[in-house]
Design a protein around this ligand. Sequence first.
Ligand code: NAG
Length: 305
Amino acid sequence: MRLTSSIPLVSLAAAAAVVEAGTLSPPEHIFDNPPQSSSSSSSSSGHKIPTSYESAVMGRRILALTPLGNLATTFPADNDGYGAEENRPDGLGGMPHTLMEYVADCEDEGNPTFLAINIETTFKNVRDGSNISLAQQWTPPYPPDKRIKSATTTTTTTTSSPGFLSRLMSWLGLGSDDDDDGDEDDPPKEVVPYSAANLPRFSLLGYIEKIDDPSATAALSKCFVEKHPDAKYWLPGNRIHVSEFVRLVAQQVYWVGGFGDRAYIGWIPIDEWKSVTRDEWESISLPGEKKGWKEWSVGATVGDL
Ligand SMILES: *[C@@H]1O[C@H](CO)[C@@H](O)[C@H](O)[C@H]1NC(C)=O
């Protein structure tokens, strides 16, 4: 199924109901979707849960806009003996290994592009036969309008919290220079920026393939360096490391769109993932792409609706 630009990805009425009530409705299903009573895709809480295809469109937008991801591989069974070469411990065979990698979606077909450095453990594992998976999550560029407060900022029963203590001190007139808005130079207090459990993320499972088209290298280099300017120092042919452009050929996609009562959680059929067009992922916006969003907002919106 294809989206048309006139169909909102989610029921905006449901979204508005959550928002206008002034109280953000707590999730009823967090890591799974509610059981479906009928063929309807509305959850028990009344939210319309996006389809797997609508989720694929969101996922392809995340892939296009997110420059970093974590790549997981496994160490080869016959890992022992690497010790002399690189001081690698013996006995790692079959162990998962995950590290951050630069990502660019240069081909825009659902198979992300990487600049593989020969000596990286990730790509060594690939040469030794490992499959691979890429995990990415959506990080909103703007903070939400209102934050969900922690219990320690709304109750006075917790006496050990610094928040309580500093408010008590300031109430007693003992605060140092206790302006509530803090110093401009103070780092933000949040440990996790937003309600990340309700933000979309995915894992792409597949294998690595060299992009074996020398005539594509110039375009790939341009695309990659636009997203990662420092990567110009390790483009193929550089003097320091052997490197090459590769693609992750996606075979499976696992998607967690957010809380299960308002977002799709599950596998996205690979043909849906691959058939999303640029026009489609460009026509939506994800939570927090514009100012004034709610932490427990419901999915993405289409265009300016
Ligand atoms: C890679 O995954 C495929 C399934 O897609 C599996 O058949 C194959 O055994 C895996 N390879 C390794 C080295 O685990």
